[in-house]
Design a protein around this ligand. Structure first.
Ligand code: ZN
Length: 333
């Protein structure tokens, strides 16, 4: 039964993975030739020069599955099996869905078919709000991602935002190649190329190309976390929750939302947290990206402050000091 769920997830992202394969093709000429052979029906087994690894890939990528059906009927059967299993485990599971959802975590991950958000952290439906794109990017002009962050922070009030990168990321690999992947994909990859430029010195100290890719996966994940801190909506919410904590509210145990960098290894299934000194990053970047101060706090918070400590003004931190303190509290602290 589990296999059918996995197949379902695999199929849902098949189109994406196929399109991503099309740009991965351009990463290297040899991989391009191989991928075309793998993805072109009827061509399998024609080339007898495939290596053992390539043959293994060919067999795996061409294995039979529900995606070979015209009506995808077995996917829907798998769905019924899944709903039955969920009800057996918890008869009220779907009843609770009538109440809506209130996830406490926003997950920003890659579209890669091997990194399904809920599955790899063992969370059921309802627990995480998910946004995925090629290479788990947080781009300021991406209305989609910015809207997700705004809704997650302002409406859902998530406590945590996780950016999850993964090794062997096709988008990261492509950004390291001087090849035009054509628009709009190349426009998207340009954002990762900018990260490469920022960290060129560090990356060039790594001679092994695979190790360099892996390092860029981690650097890119951290950069996207910083991009989250740069947004007005996150800064504002952190100032608000900091002010509430300072005013004595026991509603929050820490400044929200916290931001976390995860990285996933598809070959082992293991996810780990990147230990990042965001405090230092933010203190370095605050003079440029720090756009919120205590004067900009929402009316609700201002009311609380006026009741508690004179709008955060006299006798305490200046507005600038207050936001410095908020930003320097650190997402992990
Ligand atoms: Zn990826």
């Amino acid at each position: 039964m589990h296999n059918w769920i996995n197949y379902s997830v695999f199929f849902l992202f098949m189109l994406l993975s196929r399109s991503s394969v099309s740009f991965v093709n351009k990463v290297s000429i040899s991989s391009a030739k191989m991928s075309r052979r793998l993805l072109t029906k009827g061509s399998k087994n024609k080339n007898t020069n495939l290596s053992a690894v390539d043959k293994q890939k060919q067999e795996y990528f061409n294995r039979p599955g529900p995606w070979d059906e015209k009506d995808l009927g077995s996917l829907l059967k798998a769905n019924k099996m899944w709903t039955n299993r969920m009800v057996q485990q918890n008869p009220d599971f779907f009843e609770y869905n009538k109440l809506g959802h209130s996830p406490k975590i926003l997950w920003i991950g890659c579209s890669d078919a091997r990194v399904p958000a809920n599955l790899i952290i063992g969370e059921p439906p309802g627990s995480i709000f998910v946004h995925r794109n090629i290479a788990n990017m947080v781009v300021n002009t991406d209305v989609n991602c910015m809207s997700v962050i705004q809704y997650a922070v302002d409406v859902l009030r998530v406590k945590h935002i996780i950016v999850c990168g993964h090794y062997d990321c096709g988008g990261v690999k492509a950004s390291l190649e001087n090849i035009d992947h054509t628009a709009p994909l190349e426009n998207w990859l340009r954002n990762i190329r900018d990260t490469v430029r920022l960290h060129m010195d560090e990356l060039m100290t790594i001679s092994d190309p695979v190790d360099r890719q892996r390092k860029l996966v981690e650097i890119n994940t951290i950069e996207q976390c910083l991009n989250i801190f740069k947004t007005a909506v996150v800064q504002r919410r952190r100032v608000e929750t900091k002010a509430l904590i300072d005013s004595g509210s026991d509603e929050f145990e820490f400044v929200e939302p916290r931001v976390h960098a995860f990285v996933y290894e598809p070959t082992t299934g293991e996810a780990n947290k990147l230990e990042v000194d965001f405090k230092k990053y933010l203190s370095d970047l605050d003079s440029v990206y720090g756009i919120y101060n205590m004067n900009d706090v929402s009316p609700t918070v201002t009311d609380n402050e006026s009741e508690g400590n004179d709008s955060g003004g006299s006798g305490k931190d200046s507005p600038k000091d207050a936001i410095d303190k908020v930003m320097n509290t650190g997402p992990l602290g």
